[in-house]
Write a protein that binds this ligand. Structure first.
Ligand code: ADP
Ligand code: MG
Ligand code: ZN
Length: 474
């Protein structure tokens, strides 16, 4: 059987986090009633003139800087012509040549191995509206029409479904960390098209590719690419050739389906949009925006490893969620044991946040509260187990864990004077076991610990009970 190499290039679309649309002042927020956020410009009325949103340019340039691109001080908007019922202009206003950013790269790391993935270009464009299919009609909602997007086009440098998903994850983390997008994938703020082809291992020429459109989760990137690899392999092994086409991923059935034969750039009849002057970005402006960039996820993860002693994957997972990473930094500033804080976040806080569908910043239990909880565990005021048991309630009500534990009388008894009576009574009540223990059945220690815990309603500090029993039993 022939061995194949997989070649993948992604086109990632991100909705820019601007207050208004790309070429008009309609709000660019999600969730309004249909056609509430529409004007002459974004509904394509004849003669209406577009005006470029500067914030969108700033966010596109910042994305380019974060992805190591060259920023073009001169770029153009073109018309990319096609017909869709939800594209009122009859063309998309997009950047063709030159785009605002090009020639960048992103390093992705999988199992400790780093690989550089080229970024061909980043361009700005407006989004289409959407068709809503009802019983026997199709309705058009133009709220989304004209919202600003950037499209990030990768070089065909990715070599597996796993790499493609990781690329998408890192793009997401970077764009969210610089505030370029809200990154809400369920609402379509970040989606990608996956171009996939196979070629005989060792071959220098690329095989024919298919392009799977509108994939909107990390998991689906992986699934769609895996499906395409298997499908193309089966075709090639049957001696069939791959048809260059556009396909759609059906998430429910976990497969891709042919949608249309693939168009080429010349089919769009691109030409410079006569209604928009060239986009001129002064070098000083670029420098100013570069200075405004926050620390990016990769260096941040390195810092978490070096400064707080986190494991690499622990740090990587924290920085992939900016809100969680910020929360971590605020908590660790108050209780400087990074691993304890990270562990509490991973096993308790982020789990509850996910269940509640909120980000760490929105949790009522703030970083100071979590730091207090970590300190209580550290001092032995409560056990890790008690912390786990009370966490859902702490999370739901927020506020000081110390107050909660005192109110409920959940503090561990860590004072040997207070535990003495319970320990003595346990030994007095179980003379046979005491004798057996002294005769060599040292496993009985846990039996005594259990009895003492029973007498103290589970509040005795187990380490202390162990120590007291050992010394009394000799
Ligand atoms: P378009 O899809 O708009 O026609 P391009 O030809 O520039 O645009 O390619 C888009 C994407 O397809 C890029 O991410 C590129 O890396 C990727 N690509 C190009 N050729 C191949 C190939 N043979 N196999 C896999 N990906 C490819
Ligand atoms: Mg494409
Ligand atoms: Zn508008």
């Amino acid at each position: 059987m022939q061995d194949y190499e997989t070649v993948i290039g992604l086109e990632v679309h991100a909705q820019l986090k601007t207050a208004s649309k790309l070429f008009c002042s309609c709000p660019a927020v999600f969730g309004a009633a249909p056609n509430e956020q529409v004007c002459e410009v974004c509904s394509g009325m004849p003669g209406a003139l577009p005006r470029l949103n500067e914030k969108a340019v700033e966010l596109a340039v910042k994305a380019g800087l974060a992805l190591n691109c060259t920023i073009n001080n001169y770029s153009l908007f073109s018309r990319k012509n096609y017909f869709y019922p939800d594209l009122p202009d009859g063309y998309q206003t997009s950047q063709f040549v030159p785009p605002v950013c090009e020639n960048g790269y992103l390093n992705i790391t999988l199992r400790g191995q780093s690989r550089r993935i080229g970024i061909t270009r980043i361009h700005m464009e407006n989004d289409a509206g959407k068709c809503v299919h009802v019983q026997d009609a199709t309705l058009v909602d133009l709220n989304r029409a004209g919202t600003p997007l950037i499209e990030i086009v990768s070089e065909p440098d990715l070599r597996s479904a796993e790499e493609a998903a990781e690329f998408m994850r890192q793009i997401h983390a970077i764009l969210v960390s610089i505030g370029a997008t809200d990154g809400n994938m369920e609402e379509g703020s970040l989606r990608c098209d996956a171009n996939v082809s196979l070629r005989p291992l060792g071959s220098q020429v690329f095989g024919t590719r298919t392009e799977t459109k509108n994939i909107n989760s990390f998991r689906n990137v992986q699934k769609a690419v895996e499906y395409e690899i298997a499908r193309q392999r089966a075709c090639l092994e049957d001696g069939e050739s791959i048809v260059q086409e556009t396909r759609l991923f059906d998430a429910a059935r976990q497969l891709t389906q042919a949608m249309r034969s693939k168009e080429n750039a010349h089919d769009y009849r691109y030409f410079p949009n006569p209604d928009l002057p060239p986009v001129l970005v002064a070098p000083e402006k670029v420098e100013q925006w570069r200075k405004e960039l926050p620390e990016l996820p990769a260096p941040r993860a390195r810092r978490f490893v070096e400064k707080f002693g986190l494991a690499e994957d622990e740090a990587a997972s924290l920085v992939s969620d900016k809100s969680a990473a910020d929360y971590f930094e605020a908590a660790v500033a108050l209780f400087p044991q990074g691993r304890r804080i990270a562990a509490l976040m991973q096993t308790e806080l982020l789990r509850e946040c996910e269940a509640a569908g909120i980000c760490a910043a929105a949790a009522k239990l703030g970083p100071a509260d979590l730091a207090e909880l970590a300190a209580m565990i550290d001092k032995g005021t409560i056990s890790v187990r008690t912390a786990h048991e009370i966490f859902p309630e702490l999370f739901a009500r927020g506020g000081s864990p110390q107050d909660f534990v005192s109110e409920r009388g959940l503090s561990q008894i860590s004072d040997s004077g207070e535990l003495e009576a319970a320990v003595d009574a346990t030994l007095a009540e179980n003379p046979a076991e005491v004798e057996a223990y002294r005769g060599g059945k040292s496993k009985l220690l846990s039996f005594f610990v259990g009895k003492v815990m029973g007498k103290t309603a589970g509040k005795a500090n187990p380490a202390l009970v162990n120590e007291m029993l050992r010394s009394k039993l000799g």
